[in-house]
Design a protein around this ligand. Structure first.
Ligand code: 13P
Length: 253
């Protein structure tokens, strides 16, 4: 049985007061489940990682980074290394979120380097994949997702692959209130699991957690996560309100 996983990607939101307060409210409200029956992570902006880490330090809530750089140190102005993220208590790192791919121009090759660097640095990568609306409309969803999964996991060995979580986030469903239907989500998740089975074998495919992201709310979370191959949610907007995020965590249990 795969343990459900609910992660809140705060994106470029919160501040030095509201971030730790939100994290504390999530930790306090999820003591019954976080870390035991469901993996819970909050993913604040880099600059708030230390106070957010402190706010959840005695709870079962983990902390993740929204991005990572693939070099350990040196002349890479503005970037943050795996070692730095470990140093401030991160467990997870998002790699290849669609906003980084499509707003900031990250390629599959860069995303792959980030996945490899996360694993090498002792972090657990959450590889984000998902098609644009025009790609879905052109019937290219599987083709796009297959490329992103295969290229994102290039050179990730079977031994290291258990570190990886994959988040399927159709770009047209992000921040749009246009959630994928549970059937649409399940269809792509089943496809991804089949790909993982081809790449790493059936056992690992059954073990790997696949999260859905894109307008997940307390009201649709249970049905989405009730699908056979949907093991949790990567939540954007609704993770900024403790009650909503807690509602999604409860729906995962
Ligand atoms: P929304 O939940 O705001 O649609 O964002 C999803 C997302 O991009 C999470 O990473």
């Amino acid at each position: 049985m795969r343990k459900p996983f609910v992660a809140g990607n705060w994106k470029m939101n919160t501040d030095s007061h509201s971030g730790p307060a939100l994290a504390k409210a999530v930790a306090d409200g999820s003591t019954e489940w976080a870390g035991s029956s469901v993996t819970v992570a909050v993913i604040p902006p880099f600059v708030y990682l230390p106070p957010v880490g402190q706010a959840v330090s005695s709870s079962g809530v983990a902390v993740g980074a929204q991005d990572i750089y693939f070099e350990e140190k040196g002349a890479f102005t503005g970037e943050i290394s795996p070692g730095m993220l470990k140093d401030v208590g991160c467990t997870y790192a998002l790699c290849g979120h669609s906003e980084r791919r499509h707003v900031l121009g990250e390629s599959d090759e860069i995303v792959n380097k980030k996945v490899l660097a996360s694993i090498a640095g002792g972090l657990l990568p959450i590889l984000c994949v998902g098609e644009l609306l025009e790609e879905r409309d052109a019937g290219q969803t599987e083709q796009v997702v297959e490329r992103q999964v295969k290229e994102g996991l290039a050179n990730v060995t079977a031994e290291k692959a258990p570190a990886v979580t994959i988040a399927y986030e159709p770009v047209w469903a992000i921040g749009t209130a246009r959630t994928a239907t549970p059937e649409q989500a399940q269809e792509v998740h089943a496809f991804i699991r089949k790909l993982i089975a081809q790449m790493y074998g059936e056992d690992l495919a059954q073990e790997m957690r696949l999260l859905y992201g894109g307008s997940v709310k307390p009201g649709n979370a249970a049905e989405l996560m009730g699908q056979e191959d949907v093991d949790g949610s990567l939540v954007g907007g609704a993770s900024l309100k403790a009650d909503d995020f807690l509602g999604i965590i409860k729906a995962a249990v």
